[in-house]
Design a protein around this ligand. Structure first.
Ligand code: KG4
Ligand code: ZN
Length: 340
């Protein structure tokens, strides 16, 4: 009894096969489009969609031996880029109808949370800091049904701010790993970038002001160096920016820790692969007597394995959707309440 899961919410085409009873990941493949989007400094939705249309069928061909054993098809249907979500949804719908098995619609942020439980048992209740390219949120997960947004970004997300800083310095996409690597060689005390919402009692995130401070520094450093941004400046800007992001995330997490007695705390999403941020949270969690969890490195960024892990639970709860009714759900960011 297995589930085939599909992920195409942004620029990763991925398919996984998961055994329902044991949660074992039997097959997982992902084709990323980073190289194709790099020259644009970000994801171009129409291009991403066309690349999914080629990559998904290619991966699917490798899974045909599992078809007779499939009990359900799962697919990310929200939130994400509508034109790319549609590629995965169309494939999932077709497979569910042809194989005459149920279809499961998966919320992308919930799947990121379930990346923690790939080939593992679930941990609840759990506090989660989700830092991806599309979202920055703190979520309290009571159980499968109840995942409550406690804090959210009022503007850019963490991953997006790394991407934009890299773009400002003409460093390519995705910016996260590039900035993290440069920061290792830089002096984080070199530029005094403002820590967002430092004096605000709000339990929320904001990264656009910091991004603008980086933009001004990039321009200033270029002007002082005949229009060229030196490698030393790149490293120092990257390190100073990353430090401000860290302080912002730590400060707002501390406020949540003070209110929430839940002991298990996790960081998920693409930017949770950042070792500098992980180390800072390890120290924070030690100080606040929290137990820190994160997904395996390969499951931090978008993947179908986390969609499959979520789908196991949806399968047991018979949380299925009619193939005629599944659609891309509005991509507007949810600011509060229970994740829908
Ligand atoms: O979770 P994800 O794959 O996609 C979304 O759901 O958005 O996250 C992608 C984001 C990108 O913005 C990327 O720059 C960021 O995660 N990212 C990082 C790192 N690795 C990936 N950000 C900071 N540091 C990293 N090492
Ligand atoms: Zn994601």
């Amino acid at each position: 009894m297995k589930i085939l899961s599909i992920e195409s919410s942004c620029d990763d085409s991925s398919i996984a096969i998961t055994e329902i009873a044991t949660k074992k990941l039997l097959f997982h493949k992902k084709i990323s489009q980073e190289a194709e989007h790099s020259c644009y400094g970000g994801v171009v939705p129409e291009l991403a969609s066309r690349l999914h249309a080629v990559a998904l069928p290619k991966i699917l061909q490798e899974t045909t031996e599992y078809f007779p054993h499939l009990k359900a098809i799962a697919v990310t249907n929200r939130p994400g880029l509508s034109v790319t979500l549609l590629e995965g949804i169309t494939m999932a719908k077709t497979l569910a109808v042809l194989l005459n098995i149920p279809l499961i619609a998966v919320h992308h942020l919930k799947a990121h949370i379930y990346s923690l439980f790939i080939e593992r048992e679930k941990i609840t209740p759990l506090l989660v800091l989700l830092i991806s390219g599309g979202h920055t949120q703190i979520i309290r997960m009571e159980n499968f049904e109840k995942m409550e947004i406690l804090a959210t970004s009022m503007d850019d997300s963490v991953g997006e701010s790394f991407d934009k800083c890299a773009k400002m310095m003409d460093l390519g996409y995705p910016g996260g790993p590039i900035i993290e690597a440069l920061a290792r060689e830089g002096d984080e005390a070199c530029f005094d970038f403002p820590v967002p919402l430092r004096n605000s009692p709000l339990i929320a995130f904001s990264l656009s002001g910091l991004k603008n401070a980086v933009r001004l520094q990039v321009e200033k450093s270029k002007t002082l160096n005949a229009g060229v941004l030196s490698r030393e400046d790149q490293c120092n800007i990257a390190a100073s920016f990353q430090k401000a992001v860290k302080l912002h995330l730590l400060q707002k997490s501390k406020k949540i820790f003070a209110k929430e007695p839940i002991r298990d705390f996790a960081i998920v999403g693409g930017a949770s692969a950042n070792l500098y941020l992980r180390e800072a949270f390890e120290v924070l969690c030690r100080d606040y007597d929290k137990k820190l969890h994160h997904a395996a490195m390969e499951f931090c960024s978008d993947n179908a394995a986390m969609v499959g892990r979520y789908a196991i639970e949806a399968y047991h709860k018979r949380d299925f959707i009619d193939p005629d009714l599944i659609d891309v759900v509005s991509t507007k960011k949810q600011q509060s309440g229970t994740l829908l």
